[in-house]
Design a protein around this ligand. Structure first.
Ligand code: NAD
Length: 245
């Protein structure tokens, strides 16, 4: 392990861990790009994960999310999720900011989590936006909201949609005040990933990136760790804190 990484993690009081779809790849939840290589290969992300796609074909979009939710239900947190949860117990202040909608951070034991893109386990009304816990079971797909009669949809942020304001404000506040910003499994190509990485750099945080591939952040990060998060992170526990997960 490079010595500065050891120092950053041991000395930091406030750490932000920012995670993207790549973190859950080792749990068997594909990134959106990979997900398209499955049964749904002939549809584009515009068809499956945009409000426009939902209006055009609500049944298709609902069924795709049902498929993804089932896949997530059968997945388990991987060693990287568990190390992140463990860090929260060990270090003064760790905030997880995630783009993932799979809830695997919660299942690994993390508690201080900001979900930027919602959670696929929740459902909300497409027209009014409120979260709906239950609905009348009929043959209809998607099911209808019992209050307004509109369609129900998963409570996730699709492409072309805004991030919930409270999540964004909490995330940007944490990033502005952190000393170490660890980004894991995000290509960093689009908002909000780019924005949060830039904010961390502008706030003089030490930026650590874990990704098997080159990303635009490579040129700016303090440390680039090239590889899979589930293989890299468990080594930290042993080498930095002398423990085991
Ligand atoms: P992305 O697909 O743009 O990038 C994923 C990144 O993860 C890539 O740079 C890839 O090189 C990296 N990666 C792959 N395997 C890895 C590993 N084992 N360890 C570390 N890194 C690895 O993903 P994104 O930037 O997160 O954006 C896609 C959007 O799709 C997200 O905003 C999210 O809302 C949504 N999404 C979420 C899930 C989920 O909840 N698990 C799954 C698919 C898509």
């Amino acid at each position: 392990m490079p010595k500065p990484l050891h120092d950053f993690l041991k000395q930091a009081q406030r750490i932000v861990v920012f995670t993207g779809a790549g973190l859950s790849a080792e749990s068997g939840v594909p990134t959106f790009r990979d997900a398209q290589t499955s049964l749904w290969t002939w549809y584009s992300l515009e068809d499956l994960a945009t409000p426009e796609g939902f209006v055009k074909n609500p049944r298709l979009v609902w069924e795709w999310h049902v498929w993804l939710r089932k896949l997530i239900d059968s997945a388990h947190p991987n060693p990287a999720h568990r190390v992140i949860a463990w860090m929260e117990e060990l270090l003064p202040e760790v905030t997880v900011i995630t783009q993932n909608v799979d809830g695997l951070h919660q299942r690994a034991g993390s508690q201080n989590i900001i979900e930027l893109h919602g959670n696929i386990q929740r459902t909300r009304c497409f027209n009014e936006g409120y979260v709906v816990g239950d609905w009348e079971k009929t043959e209809e797909i998607p099911p209808k909201c019992s209050v307004c009669g509109g369609y129900l949809r998963p409570d996730v942020v699709w492409y072309n949609e805004a991030i919930p304001e409270d999540a964004w404000l909490a995330a940007s506040h944490s990033v502005r005040h952190c000393e170490v910003f660890i980004t894991i499994g995000s290509s960093g190509l689009v908002y909000p990933a780019t924005e949060l990485c830039n904010l961390a750099l502008a706030s003089n945080a030490k930026v650590i990136q874990i990704n098997p591939r080159v990303t635009p952040l490579d040129a700016h990060a303090s440390i680039n760790l090239r590889g899979k998060a589930g293989q890299i992170m468990p080594k930290w526990v042993l080498e930095i804190w002398g423990g085991q997960i």
